[in-house]
Ligand binder design. Structure first.
Ligand code: NDP
Ligand SMILES: N[C@@H](CC=O)C(=O)O
Length: 349
């Protein structure tokens, strides 16, 4: 599998390191020979070598020189993201540029270009999936390509694959979840007495927050994830903009402490419900009591509850953000692609 990274920030670098560190195990256990052949980043430059790049040297160039082009053994430098997708020997495009909650660009164009050139895409970028899932999936299918996006909801915790595979046969009536690591981290830290801004700064340092954290704080990131769940898991496409959405910017220390005094916790919740008139979804802060299953979810951990008609309520909890965790969500997609290539079978989503 020849891999090209489009975007090489926290998540991209984390995945590159995982691929390098687990190289032997991936090959032995899953037959996955993953070779990083190209990286294209907006400000940090781009490198390409058809025979593969040396990952430790690549990471060193980025972290020590702040520039990918400090890497010394590439064949080609300076390709832009579209040229990297079209004109290299990569067959797996890892789209990890920032999520644009208005247009989904440039990631949508990256995905379209890849599929039109017969290349598969794995991404953690919510824009293309929330805004263009149907069109992009159709284009991928038409060109015999894979489109993987597990990490768009709850990073490395399989919030999409679990309901689509393990819970098959149930009718999922309702989904409720804490779907943003940054805001859950902020709310948890505020309960310990830290200020909103101190907690946000820490979440940014840990790599949880979006490039523009407004998206986390105002709830837009959760709104996108809610749209993805509604479409992909609940089977009805709703426009993200139609989902009523309130974030946590107005949350004060007084509100947090008052809730604690009542044995309650503020949580930013996403709710998606099947009704006779179609899907109803909303995002907003709710004060929930100590005995609510989501009340104990702390820090960047997220959780989601699927209300299944046969299996009853099922809750999944795990990382909602984090670089290694999100890198893992991309790795699992690659392993699935490799296994389906090896077995000549359909991919288990
Ligand atoms: N971090 C997390 O925990 C999670 C992140 N995600 C999603 O994963 C994606 C990546 O996240 P993360 O790595 O944390 O974000 P970063 O901001 O660290 O990295 C994004 C990278 O994309 C680059 N970039 C932006 N535009 C372009 C472009 N047009 N062409 C090439 N490169 C571009 C940026 O370049 P430069 O900085 O040089 O301008 C930056 O290096 C985002 O979409 C995010 O929403 C999803 C789940 C969890
Ligand atoms: N900024 C997001 C990252 C994952 O989608 C979050 O904090 O959850």
């Amino acid at each position: 599998m020849n891999i090209a990274f489009i975007g090489f920030g926290g998540v991209g670098q984390a995945l590159a390191e995982i691929l390098h560190e687990r190289q032997e195990k991936l090959e032995q256990e899953y037959g996955l020979k993953a070779k990083v052949v190209a990286v294209a980043d907006k400000m940090k430059g781009s490198v390409y070598h058809p025979d593969g790049l040396d990952v430790p040297q690549l990471i060193q160039s980025v972290r020590e020189d702040g520039n990918i082009e400090a890497y010394s053994n590439a064949e080609t430098y300076g390709l832009d993201s579209i040229q990297t997708i079209k004109d290299t020997n990569a067959d797996m495009i890892v789209e990890v540029t920032f999520t644009d909650v208005q247009t989904g660009q440039p990631a949508i164009e990256h995905c379209e270009t890849a599929f039109k050139h017969g290349k598969s895409v794995v991404t953690t970028n919510k824009g293309p999936v929330a805004l263009k899932l149907e069109e992009l999936q159709a284009l991928a299918d038409e060109n015999d390509c894979f489109f993987g996006f597990e990490g768009t909801v709850m990073s490395g915790t399989p919030a999409l694959r679990l309901p689509k595979t393990t819970l098959m046969g149930n009718d999922i009536k309702e989904v409720v979840g804490i779907l943003n690591g940054t805001t859950n981290y902020i709310l948890t830290e505020m309960e310990k007495g830290f200020s909103f801004n101190q907690a946000l700064k820490q979440a940014q340092e840990y790599g949880y927050a979006e490039a523009d954290p407004t998206s986390d704080i105002e709830g837009y990131d959760v709104r996108y994830k809610t749209a993805i769940l509604s479409h992909y898991v609940m089977g009805e496409a709703i426009s993200a903009l139609e989902i009523p959405c309130e974030g946590i910017r107005e949350m004060t220390q007084d509100m947090i402490q008052e809730a604690l005094g009542e044995n309650k916790h503020w949580k930013l919740l996403a709710r998606i419900k099947k009704t006779p008139h179609g899907i109803e979804a909303a995002v907003g802060p709710e004060k929930i009591s100590n005995d609510h299953p989501l009340a104990s979810i702390q820090g960047a951990t997220n959780a989601i509850m699927y209300d299944c008609d046969l299996a009853g309520p099922i809750m999944l909890t795990g990382a909602g953000a984090g670089l290694k965790e999100t890198g893992f969500s991309l790795l699992i997609e690659m392993i699935h692609v490799q296994q389906s290539r090896t077995n000549n079978s359909f991919i288990v989503r």
